[in-house]
Design a protein around this ligand. Structure first.
Ligand SMILES: CC(C)(COP(=O)(O)OP(=O)(O)OC[C@H]1O[C@@H](n2cnc3c(N)ncnc32)[C@H](O)[C@@H]1OP(=O)(O)O)[C@@H](O)C(=O)NCCC(=O)NCCS
Length: 197
């Protein structure tokens, strides 16, 4: 019986949006993230490693590493300039996707970067698009001016998504990213506000 959604409800945490069987939570202080165990997070990340997805992690992680990751994220969230959007399957408590806003440091404090991952079994139903819609709205509300993204030139699905959302290519860097034994081109994109929210 799924527990996490029930606990979140009890704590008065409402999802921003429900999309089919997935609830999208905006997490500003770790109150949603910490409902997951480090092993849940490791299982999540390891699925992306299995498919050699274009995320920063490229070898299997364990719960100890994820505990450390969680601790660092909590510290970052508590500084008040970051947030995470966490998509949870409310029929199983399974993590469906994570979007992070990563703030830049002084003197670039009005810029930030987004990073997103959606578990394969939840793809193709508009989850990433909805997560970005909420994330862009929140980033603007927090005063961020330049919203950045970095994506592998080989990651056609993500590039199509970002272009649809109104991100524009600023620069393409040749052989910038190490990806499972190869150097691949990397694209830097910036939000141009063309998407009607
Ligand atoms: C990229 C990713 C986040 C997309 O998530 P998603 O929830 O499936 O995306 P959505 O369903 O919201 O798709 C939105 C739009 O993106 C584009 N898109 C998404 N997946 C696509 C695919 N496989 N092929 C082509 N276009 C795709 C489409 O334009 C789609 O709109 P449409 O359905 O109206 O045509 C997901 O595939 C993922 O997590 N991949 C692995 C990790 C990763 O690459 N993260 C990004 C690193 S920069």
């Amino acid at each position: 019986m799924p527990q996490i959604i029930r606990i979140l409800e009890k704590e008065g945490l409402e999802p921003e949006l429900i999309l089919e069987n997935v609830a999208l939570y905006l997490d500003r202080d770790g109150s949603v993230l910490t409902k997951f165990s480090p092993q849940d997070l490791a299982d999540y990340i390891n699925e992306f490693v299995d498919e050699q997805a274009y995320i920063t992690v490229q070898s299997k992680v364990d719960s100890k590493q994820e505990l450390e990751w969680m601790y660092n994220k909590l510290q970052r969230l508590r500084e008040g300039r970051a947030f995470m959007l966490i998509a949870i399957d409310y029929t199983t408590d399974r993590l469906a996707g994570i979007l992070e806003l990563i703030p830049f440091s002084f003197p670039f404090q009005h810029s930030c970067e987004f990073s997103i991952s959606v578990r394969a079994s939840y793809r193709g139903r508009g989850l990433a698009k909805e997560m970005f819609r909420i994330a862009i709205r929140e980033a603007k509300r927090m005063g961020y001016i330049n919203l950045h993204l970095y994506v592998s030139a080989e990651n056609k699905a993500a590039i199509k998504l970002y272009k649809k959302l109104g991100f524009k290519t600023i620069v393409k860097l040749k052989k910038e990213r190490y990806h499972y034994g190869r150097l691949v081109d990397e694209i830097m994109m910036v939000y141009t506000g063309k998407y009607r929210m």
